[in-house]
Design a protein around this ligand. Structure first.
Ligand code: ZN
Length: 484
């Protein structure tokens, strides 16, 4: 088969990257790539462990002269986000990615590239396969289902791992060392509702055109949340008109700021034109509220005529409004340790009104576990008081910033020597597996790095070829410098 990436340097890294791009490895489809890694270790006589979650650990003995040096862990995840362009016929369960080289970047035609985090997998395999690399005992940890709640890292058994220095390869900006991250969880609220038959003019509201973004790293950009806009819109109407809610729908993922939300309501036929006028005012209000941060927020209203519909009974509709308006959303606190860092936030990511219940899904994050617990309690109390229930899933701990870190100091010194520049050292308001792994490896000293990756999790994802080379050299150099 023709190789698209042949000739790119570092050769081994791009060879492995191309190999794994032929094995479909979207989240929950990681058996194939896991078996590939296990076979890689078996063929080379390396110690390995593969579990039922498809996590793989491979160890390579210290090279000569490094026998007494402290062991080092390299880590990344096997799964990728499987997203494709509208209209693409790509089948993520069986088709290989169609790689392309363009203007110094590797991309995949019509789909995500999986540079996040295939580049970590490729680099670890390349280093394990590098006969001349100088390093202490290496432990490579390949986790699974990171993109869907870090399930592999949550379930992996690390009792065979003694090393306490770890380089995580799941970041996406060159020259940036991540040294701490928020913990998080998903929270689902459920509020039962009752309906009755009502006759009225049906209006269909659609809020769209928003920018959205990542619920962690972009929560502080002042962007609008489509579900919240819709809620405030309805609440505004409630002040003047009586209406009955038929449907509510918005967002698709807990960890993405919703870009679209819609509602259908039944109103008095005589009030339709006034309500349409009010809607026009909302558009202008949104402009003044979100102008620069979310300039294209739009509201469409369609009049669907007089119908008999099943809508919420008044007391339940009031509870729905109360819950959606009073539940906190967005940035809750800024860090007092690190200027500019969001400490605690939550995102209303998914809103669904079914026949008999309202379902709201949030993503909660905080670098302080106490703050996250307090926030969680607020949601629990609110929904319980209204007669609903809650459930928390996908809980992962924060990766707390260490004041003293040998690895961070070493990485900083080498980066300075190689580039003549200072690296950016940061703590992020998003999740990395380092939190879960630190919990299992007490005293772990860890730094997260990565090559230039642009537009990850989208079909526009691309990876800078030269930056992969620089990162690989950097990792080899760090390994070489860790001596007894
Ligand atoms: Zn990743």
């Amino acid at each position: 088969m023709d190789r698209v990436l042949s000739g790119l340097k570092p050769e081994k890294v791009f060879t492995y990257f191309e190999d794994i791009s032929r094995i479909p490895h979207g989240s929950y489809n990681t058996k194939g790539i896991s078996d590939y890694c296990a076979a890689f270790a078996r063929e080379r006589g390396l110690w390995f462990q593969q579990d039922e979650l498809n996590n793989v650990i491979i160890k390579k003995p210290a090279s000569r002269g490094y026998e007494a040096a402290p062991g080092v862990i390299l880590q990344g995840h096997l799964d990728m986000v499987a997203e494709k362009e509208a209209g693409s016929d790509h089948d993520f369960t069986k088709d290989p990615l169609r790689l392309k080289v363009e203007d110094g970047y590797v991309t995949a035609e019509g789909t995500t590239l999986g540079g996040d985090d295939g580049i970590a997998v490729a680099m670890m395999l390349a280093i394990l396969d590098e006969p001349d690399a100088q390093h202490p005992e290496l432990t490579c940890i390949f986790t699974t289902e990171e993109e869907v709640g870090m399930e592999g890292a949550a379930g992996i058994d690390l009792s065979a791992v003694d090393a306490r220095l770890m380089i995580n390869l799941d970041s996406e900006a060159e020259g940036v060392f991540t040294v701490g991250c928020a913990g998080g969880m998903r929270t689902d609220l459920c509020l039962p509702v009752n309906r009755y038959k009502v006759r009225g003019a049906v209006l269909h509201f659609v809020v769209e055109g928003l920018i959205g973004g990542h619920s962690g790293t972009e929560i502080n950009k002042g962007r609008a949340n489509a579900c919240r806009l819709l809620t405030f819109l309805l609440y505004g109407l409630e002040e003047k008109y009586s209406f009955a809610v038929i449907s509510l729908n918005g967002g698709s993922k807990d960890n993405a700021i919703p870009v679209r939300a819609e509602a259908r309501i039944a109103v008095e036929p005589g009030e339709v034109s006034e309500i349409l006028e009010m809607a026009e005012n909302y558009r202008n209000e949104w402009k003044s509220l979100y102008g620069a941060a979310d300039p294209n927020a739009s509201l469409q209203v369609t009049v669907e005529g007089v119908q008999t519909v099943e809508a919420l009974i008044a007391p339940d509709q009031e509870k729905v409004s109360f819950l959606l308006l009073e539940a906190p959303c967005g940035v809750q606190a800024m860090s007092t340790d690190i200027p500019g860092l969001v400490e605690t936030s939550l995102n209303l990511g998914v809103l669904r009104l079914t026949e008999d219940a309202l379902h709201v899904r949030y993503s909660l994050r905080s670098s302080k576990s106490v703050a996250r617990r307090q926030l969680r309690r607020r949601l629990e109390f609110l929904v319980s008081y209204l007669g609903g229930t809650y459930e928390h899933t996908g809980v992962y701990p924060a990766w707390e910033y260490k004041r003293d870190s040998v690895l961070r100091d070493l990485c900083t010194r080498i980066y300075r020597e190689k580039t003549g520049q200072e690296p950016v050292v940061e703590v992020i308001h998003a999740g990395l597996e380092c939190g879960l792994l630190s919990e299992k490896l007490p005293g772990l000293d860890c730094v997260s790095i990565g090559p230039e990756l642009i537009d990850i999790h989208t079909p526009r994802e691309r990876m800078g070829i030269a930056s992969v080379g620089r990162l690989y050299d950097f990792v080899l150099e760090v390994l070489r410098e860790i001596k007894a």
